[in-house]
Design a binder for this molecule. Sequence first.
Ligand code: AHM
Ligand code: MG
Length: 338
Amino acid sequence: MRTHRPVTLGEFIVDKQNEFRYASGELSQLLTSIRLAAKVVNREINKAGLADILGAMGSENVQGEKQMKLDVYANDIFMEALKNLGEVCGVASEEEDDFVIFNDEMHKDSNYVVLMDPLDGSSNIDVNVSVGTIFSIYRRVTPSGTPVKLEDFLQPGNKQVAAGYVVYGSSTMLVYTTGHGVNGFTLDPSIGVFCLSHPNMRVPEDGKIYSVNEGNYVHFPEGVKKYIKYCQENDPATNRPFTSRYIGSLVSDLHRNLLKGGIYFYPRGTKAPNGKLRLLYECNPLAFIIEQAGGKASDGKNRIMDIDPTELHQRVPYFIGSTKMVEKAEEFIQQFGD
Ligand code: AHM
Ligand code: MG
């Protein structure tokens, strides 16, 4: 595409739709609903600091609606946006106990399911720190025309047809892949349009940043403890000690490491036998992104995207980022155990 002005996300989606191996308009429609919902959620997040002073007028907002927690609000907005177009036959969300079936006339013949974490890191909102949305898109495996089933959602990450995230940060970005590299778009708030700002994103093969909640150190497996010590050791030949950076907002931590090179990990620990992060809503979509950007994601031993899920809200230990850093962490786990 040749143009003298920024390429918008809408234009980019249409331009690239032939890369998609199924009916080309479907994915475009789906991404269109996601980008619209992202803008609406972004608007609410930007107003989050005002909640208290508006709340002083009562527990209702200016439209007379009850104030809603932002993660519930984001869930509703994304659900609604996905339902408003006919491409999706079911959605599973971190905010819902079970998956939601869209089975009316408009949706029953559609071929896609979406899994999402509508507002990841929501505990950060009160302190004005970045949060994110994560989404993952699959073709259904059961016949179209029938209600979606659990097996449509319990697919390994390697079956994803698209995935992405939105980071609501100092600027708001939408980053996604359909398996042909990774592209990032920044929202221009003055015109409400996402513009291509980060074409063909590549994560550095190696990095200097490690991101982990070190407060859990005593609970970590021996291999992880040893890897953290390795990150802290002094060795100018390998750029160590590394820099520790942990926002506690997975999307933001991953986004920074994707741009600068680094590793994020949330290992198992005695408090959390499988770590904290959810395979389907958080780990798989971000693994698809990082692999498409040239990086790596594993549970310490196995590729994240090859894990066969057994339940919707399954948690897994997670190591993601620059290939060499993830491989080094795996070496320690291999040697000292997890
Ligand atoms: P959430 O989906 O309930 O927001 O939890 C996921 C978040 C991640 O964004 C973040 O990396 C992690 O939890 C932080 O957890 P902790 O506070 O245990 O370090
Ligand atoms: Mg989350």
